[in-house]
Write a protein that binds this ligand. Structure first.
Ligand code: PLP
Length: 407
């Protein structure tokens, strides 16, 4: 069975060139870059190169790049580090209801420590009201944290405009750029961002490596205590192979950005149009204007269907996608992003995300478009909700299909 991977917002495969670049740093060039001897010196240059590569993608200087273990660490570091460093100045943070848990739960933790957090609502398309954002700023506001692009819907937020608002009110601005980076231009200078976080495994580098842009002169408390790595900003022996991999992944992302955008967007648009025009009772989640979404992401809800069962049926066909409900993880709560957009609970449970990459092909999209209507119909025939909506009895063939599906 052919395997089709359309879950690239969850993680990506390491690019072969990235793996190859990393390999020498496991055995031959194994030194600790903090050591003064030959073994340490061998790898120092590789870290400098990677720092330059990351800086080039984000349009900052290399000295403003801090390597850390993952996107979640970066979000925690940026938010908690700011809260701790600026707590004399104020205790108010502004974020949104659609952030990644690495931001949301960090803010919730800070609320327990006496910080006040405003969670900005989004409209039915998942977009923010910038007037509401500006109105939320008080003289106690120390941080605005808004993601560059949303992992579930692909919505791209107007980071440049938010940066202007932050600058006007002299409030620090952090953005979780994990999903945006590599897919759309992320220019931290132009956007007037103070802190931006990226993660290796979402852009063809390995899991367990990330980086944060910290604008020169931005005071932030230490998050990891220990060694003096990263100019005392992040303790811990460097993950040299990971850093080398992240650097090259950033260079490749910059090199291929325009080409990949067009290629992936065409595939995504074909998938989107095919689903919306061939399957009844389906709803797009996210901004209807595809220009305002990441080129690779499509999130749709199929009425009368539970997302997790859809994924299981997909899996039987070798298709990997992801769902806004996670019954199997023990949580019956549908996605907080769908909830924030006001998507009805039943539809939220059926929300399904396809996130493509440049590795996907048109024939894979064709295969999904061929199989999906059949799977949706099958599941609807099994759904008591759907049968109430359409009381036509099942045919014998259909009954057999449902029985087979239930096994
Ligand atoms: C994946 C993701 C993260 C977390 O990154 P990790 O490296 O897995 O910790 C944070 N924010 C967004 C938007 C993500 O998609």
């Amino acid at each position: 069975m052919e395997k089709i991977y359309m879950d690239n917002n969850a993680t990506t495969a390491v690019k072969p060139a990235v793996l190859e670049a990393m390999l020498p740093y496991f055995c031959e060039q194994f030194g600790n870059p903090s050591s003064v001897h030959w073994a340490g010196q061998m790898v120092g240059g590789a870290i400098d190169t990677a720092r330059e590569q990351v800086a080039k993608l984000l349009n900052c200087s290399a000295a403003e790049v801090i390597f850390l273990s993952c996107g979640s660490e970066g979000d925690n570091h940026a938010i908690k580090g700011t809260a701790e460093a600026l707590k004399e100045k104020g205790n108010h943070i502004i974020t949104t209801t659609v952030e990644h848990p690495a931001v949301l739960e960090t803010c919730e933790a800070l609320e327990k420590d006496g910080f006040e957090v405003t969670y900005l609502k989004v409209d039915q398309d998942g977009m923010l009201d910038l007037a509401e954002l500006e109105a939320a700023i008080t003289d106690k506001t120390i941080l605005i944290s808004v993601m560059w692009a949303n992992n579930e819907t692909g919505n791209i937020y107007p980071i440049d405009e938010i940066g202007q608002i932050a600058k006007k009110h002299k409030v620090r601005f952090h953005t979780d750029a994990v999903q945006a980076v590599g897919k759309v231009p992320v220019d931290v200078r132009k956007a007037n961002v103070d802190m931006a976080v990226i993660s290796g495994h979402k852009i063809g580098a390995p899991k367990g490596i990330g980086a944060m842009y910290l604008r020169r002169g931005t005071r932030i408390s230490r998050f990891m205590h220990g060694g003096h790595q990263e100019r005392f900003r992040r303790a811990g022996t460097h993950n040299v192979p990971g850093i080398v991999g992240l650097g090259l992944a950033c260079e490749l992302a910059l090199e291929n950005m325009d080409k990949d955008y067009t290629y992936v967007r065409n595939l995504r648009d074909k998938l989107e149009q095919g689903i919306l025009s061939n399957i009844p009772d389906v709803k797009l989640n996210g901004h209807p204007n595809a220009d305002l979404r990441l080129p690779n992401t499509l999130n749709v809800s199929f009425d009368f269907i539970e997302g997790e069962s859809l994924l299981l049926f997909f899996d039987m066909k070798g298709i990997a996608a992801s769902s806004g409900s996670a019954c199997s993880s023990g949580s019956l709560e549908p996605s907080h992003v769908m909830g924030a957009m006001g998507v009805d609970v039943v539809l939220a449970h059926s929300s399904t995300r396809f996130s493509l990459s440049a590795e996907n092909t048109e024939s894979e999209v064709d295969f999904v478009l061929e199989e999906l209507p059949k799977i949706v119909q099958r599941l609807r025939d099994m759904s008591p909700l759907y049968q109430r909506a359409d009381p036509t009895p099942l045919s014998c063939d259909e009954c057999r299909m449902v029985q087979k599906a239930c096994v």
